[in-house]
Design a protein around this ligand. Structure first.
Ligand code: PEP
Ligand code: MN
Length: 263
C-alpha cells in the first residue's frame, strides 16, 4: 500500500484547506513540549506570523529519563486547541500510548508517532483507526524498509493519510545529536507515494544547524519541515539547544521562501 507501484501518483493529504504532498511545502513549528498556556499561545502567534501552517508541541513527552518533564497531557492538548482557535494554525502533537489515541485525536489535526515508537505495532494499529492523518517519525536505528513497513501497518489498518518524517539516525558521530539522513527524501519519493517531512531540529540537535539543513531538505525535495521554536530556548524544559527563537525562525522562513521560489 505504501509503495509507488500501488499508487503511482504522489498522495496528497488534505487537512482543512491545506494540502500536504505534491508541490506544496508546509512548515510545522512550535516548542518541543507544551509548557504553559502563555508559552504555546506566544509561540503560535509568532510562527504563524512567520508563515508556518501547523503548530507543533508535545503534551505527552517520551523522555529518556523518567525524572524529566513528561508533559502537561490533556491540559496541554487544551492549550493547543486554544492556540488553533486563536491563530487558525493546524495542530500536530505526539501520541505515545494506544489508550490515548482517541483523546489526542479529539484535539489534534495530525497525530505524531515519535521515533521511539516507530515499531510500537499496537500503537500503529490504534492510529490506523483514529480518522486523522499520521506523521510517522523514523526510528533512531530503523532502515528504510523497516520504516516503510511501519507505515504499511497504518495503511493496512485503513488509514491512508500517512506522512514520513526523517529526524536523524544514530551514528558514531556525536557532535550532532543525530545524523540527518537526507538521502531518505529522494529514496522515499522513489519508492513511495507518501509525503516526506524533515525535522532538522532533532536531526542535528543544534539550532545553528537547523536553517542550513532545512534548506538542504527542501533542495532534496521534502514536502515540509517540522521545526522546534521556543520564545526563550535557554529556559525550555526540553530541547532548548535545538530550538530557534521566533526571530531566527522568521529569518529562516524568509530565506526558505526565496529558496522555494528558486527551486
Ligand atoms: C519531538 O518531536 O519532540 C520528538 C520527541 O521527536 P522524536 O520522536 O523524533 O525524538
Ligand atoms: Mn523535541
Amino acid at each position: 500500500l505504501v509503495s509507488r507501484e500501488f499508487h503511482p501518483a504522489d498522495s496528497i493529504i488534505r487537512i482543512g484547506e491545506h494540502e500536504i504532498g505534491g508541490s506544496n511545502v508546509h512548515v510545522m513549528a512550535g516548542p518541543c513540549a507544551v509548557e504553559s498556556r502563555a508559552q504555546i499561545l506566544e509561540t503560535a502567534h509568532a510562527v504563524r506570523e512567520a508563515g508556518a501552517t501547523f503548530l507543533r508541541g508535545g503534551a505527552f513527552k517520551p523522555r529518556t529519563s523518567p525524572y524529566s518533564f513528561q508533559g502537561l497531557e490533556e491540559e496541554g492538548l487544551r492549550y493547543l486547541a486554544e492556540a488553533r482557535a486563536e491563530t487558525g494554525l493546524l495542530v500536530i502533537t505526539e501520541v505515545i500510548d494506544a489508550q490515548d489515541v482517541s483523546l489526542v485525536a479529539d484535539y489534534s489535526d495530525v497525530l505524531q508517532i515519535g521515533a521511539r515508537n516507530m515499531q510500537n505495532f499496537i500503537l500503529l494499529k490504534a492510529v490506523a483507526k483514529c480518522g486523522k492523518p499520521v506523521l510517522l517519525k523514523r526510528g533512531p536505528s530503523a532502515t528504510l524498509e523497516e520504516w516503510m513497513m511501519a507505515a504499511e501497518y497504518i495503511m493496512d489498518g485503513g488509514n491512508y493519510q500517512v506522512m514520513f518524517c526523517e529526524r536523524g539516525i544514530r551514528t558514531f558521530e556525536s557532535y550532532t545529536r543525530n545524523t540527518l539522513d537526507l538521502s531518505m527524501v529522494p529514496a522515499l519519493h522513489a519508492l513511495s507515494h507518501l509525503p516526506v517531512i524533515v525535522d532538522p531540529s532533532h536531526g542535528t540537535g543544534r539550532w545553528q544547524l537547523v536553517h542550513p539543513m532545512a534548506k538542504a531538505a527542501l533542495a532534496a525535495g521534502a514536502d515540509g519541515l517540522i521545526v522546534e521554536v521556543h520564545p526563550h530556548p535557554e529556559k525550555a524544559v526540553s530541547d532548548g539547544k535545538q530550538s530557534l527563537t521566533p526571530e531566527t525562525f522568521q529569518g529562516m522562513m524568509a530565506d526558505l521562501a526565496r529558496l522555494t521560489l528558486a527551486l
